[in-house]
Design a protein around this ligand. Structure first.
Ligand code: PBG
Length: 336
């Protein structure tokens, strides 16, 4: 019999602080609030109805009409910021629509700002949603790669266009060398010294972006251009390189830095926060969102419990904020 053994009785020094909910609340080390959440919104050009994205249950491609409602819903839920992604019907080899006053990017920002002026609008600053080949910048003449330096000029123009439309923050996500510096100088030359840059500083070539590429219609594999983004996005194996990427973006003028994807890269989030002490964000990407939804639909996990735990893990890893498709779901729970 086990109780016949003479086992030392330890102090209940951990369990006594877990005894009830109020006690647990008192000693909680990490807090998730609506202030930590940024909601990404897809907007489809020339669409008549908003449509649920098949691989992202609960997330919709909004229309330019429904965008305002969604932004208001975010504002009412207390979310400080949204990010907009265009689903363009005006693609070309360089993504010129994103640089055009009155183009989809411009209109999305304008609509969002008009719907809720105090909600921060973050402009994803990249070309993959607007190029016909789906890459994050124009291709080199031989079509074998993305042309880094040509992209820089365009990035600066896109950022200025976004600022013209009223964007509060620009967020370069294309992983071009020199991208942050180009955008900073373009913004400053155009009277936008006050517009901050949230740099997707360490963005990995990830398998977790699958549903996003469906949603935004920027899958690769068309007739021209490389079949993946490995010449500009990072190798998932590289931790030290991620730190150098972040350091470089800070030197170029990034005001905030981001790690992407989120959950498989929490080690990077922690290290970036500790080392640079900058406002640090993590992008809980489409595939991470889909995993929770599908696992819950299969009855394997309780969705809301797992979602709140995942979001909290970003805060515990040191993130100041989380870009997440779960922002509205989480806000509903946090506002109860
Ligand atoms: C554009 C961009 C992507 C995502 C955000 N911005 C796609 C990509 O790099 O392929 C992915 C977001 C997500 O999966 O939720 N460069």
């Amino acid at each position: 019999m086990v109780n016949d053994l003479d086992i030392a009785k330890p102090e209940k020094r951990f369990r006594r602080l877990r005894a009830n909910n109020t006690m647990r609340r008192l000693v909680m080390e990490t807090h998730l609030t609506v202030n930590d959440l940024i909601y990404p919104i897809f907007v489809e050009e020339n669409a008549s109805d908003r449509e649920e994205i098949s691989s992202m249950p609960g997330v919709f491609r909004e229309t330019e009409k429904s965008l305002g409602d969604r932004v208001n819903e975010c504002a009412q839920a207390g979310l400080p910021a949204i990010m907009v992604f265009g689903v363009s019907k005006n693609k070309d080899p360089i993504g010129s629509d994103a640089m055009r006053k009155g183009g989809l990017l411009y209109r999305m920002i304008d609509i969002a700002k008009q719907a809720s002026p105090e909600t921060l609008v973050i402009a994803d600053t990249c070309f993959c949603e607007y190029t016909e080949h789906g890459h994050c910048g124009p291709l080199t003449d031989d079509g074998m790669d993305v042309d880094n330096d040509r992209t820089l000029n365009y990035l600066a123009m896109q950022a200025v266009n976004a600022a013209d439309a009223g964007a509060d923050i620009v967020a370069p996500s294309g992983m071009m060398d020199g991208g942050v510096e180009a955008i900073r100088s373009g913004l400053n030359q155009s009277g936008y010294e006050h517009v901050p840059i949230m740099a997707y500083a360490a963005k990995f070539a990830s398998g977790f972006y699958g549903p996003f590429r469906d949603a935004a219609g920027c899958s690769l594999g068309g007739c021209h251009g490389p079949k993946d983004r490995k010449t500009y996005q990072m190798d998932p194996a590289n931790r030290l390189e991620a730190l150098r990427e972040v350091e470089q973006d800070i030197m170029e003028g990034a005001d905030m830095v981001m790690v992407k994807p989120g959950l498989p890269y929490l080690d990077i989030v922690r290290e970036v926060k500790d080392r640079f002490e900058m406002p640090t964000f993590a992008y809980n990407v489409s595939g991470e969102y889909a995993m929770l939804k599908y696992a819950a639909a299969a009855g394997a996990i309780d969705h809301d419990t797992a979602m709140m735990e995942a979001l909290l893990s970003f805060k515990r890893a040191g993130a100041d904020g989380i870009l997440t498709y779960s922002a509205l779901d989480a806000a509903t729970i946090l506002n109860r």
